[in-house]
Design a protein around this ligand. Structure first.
Ligand code: PGA
Length: 245
């Protein structure tokens, strides 16, 4: 399976920096490399990203969307509008959304379904907190998040899973080879129990991925790429991660 390299810019960069970033990226990356990239930019930068990447095989999408595509929902992001701008993917259930914005498993179910029904591929995030890991609940937690995330999906259509242990996000504390390997194998087996074809659903790892640890993480079976936060903000470090495979 071809690796996927997804960038989560979080609440960083404006339209000008977005254009500069992608202009630089297009000058440095090959078409094959661009094909493996996905960028979740702030919704306010989607248009700048789409314009700069026009005609190129890079995927872009919002970091969140609302359950409805329009209406009296002040401050929310419409997946329909994101699609109109050029999004083909959408991030769902990131731990920061769950932790700071009260995103529930039920919302993750609905948002993933909405994205797919609009023709966008959802990237569903799962991951345990440190206390959940310490109390031996990791598999239970990720299993529940996975099943809620894909509950209403058409499993024959495209979607992605990102395993991000919360304690490894933005902390510099990357999960060990063994920890990543165990959870990815578990997620793969859960997917394949539902449908053997889900052997080809990409399962990405996220949490303090850097150029220095990318190669060794990519050697783990069932790690099919990354969801990268901090190290995706500079073209050089993101490209180095994409080239680690
Ligand atoms: P990080 O973030 O790479 O900065 O740890 C990953 C993420 O939150 O998706």
């Amino acid at each position: 399976m071809k690796n996927i390299f997804a960038a989560n810019w979080k609440l960083n960069k404006g339209p000008k920096e977005t254009r500069e970033y992608f202009t630089k990226l297009l000058a440095q990356a090959s078409i094959t490399e661009l094909e493996s990239m996905v960028f979740f930019v702030p919704a306010t930068n989607l248009e700048a990203a789409a314009e700069t990447l026009k005609g190129k095989p890079v995927k872009i999408g919002p970091q969140n969307c609302y359950l409805k595509t329009s209406g009296a929902f002040t401050g929310e992001v419409s997946a329909q509008v994101a699609k109109e701008i050029g999004a083909t993917v959408g991030l769902v259930g990131h731990s920061e959304r769950r932790q700071f914005f009260g995103e529930t498993d039920q919302w993750v179910t609905e948002k993933s379904y909405l994205l797919q029904s609009l023709g966008l591929a959802p990237m569903i995030c799962v991951g345990e907190s440190l206390s959940e890991r310490q109390s031996g609940m990791t598999n239970e937690v990720v299993k529940a998040q996975l099943s809620k995330g894909i509950e209403k999906l058409d499993l024959s259509k495209s979607f992605y899973i990102a395993y991000e242990p919360i304690w490894a996000i933005g902390t510099g504390q990357v999960a060990t080879h063994e920890q990543v390997s165990e959870v990815h194998a578990f997620l793969r087996s859960e997917l394949m129990k539902l449908k053997p074809e889900l052997e080809s659903t990409p399962i990405l790892y996220g949490g303090s991925v850097k150029p220095e640890n990318a190669k060794s993480l990519l050697s783990i079976k069932d790690v099919n790429g990354f969801l990268v936060g901090g190290a995706s903000l500079e073209v050089e470090s993101f490209l180095a991660i994409c080239r680690a495979g």
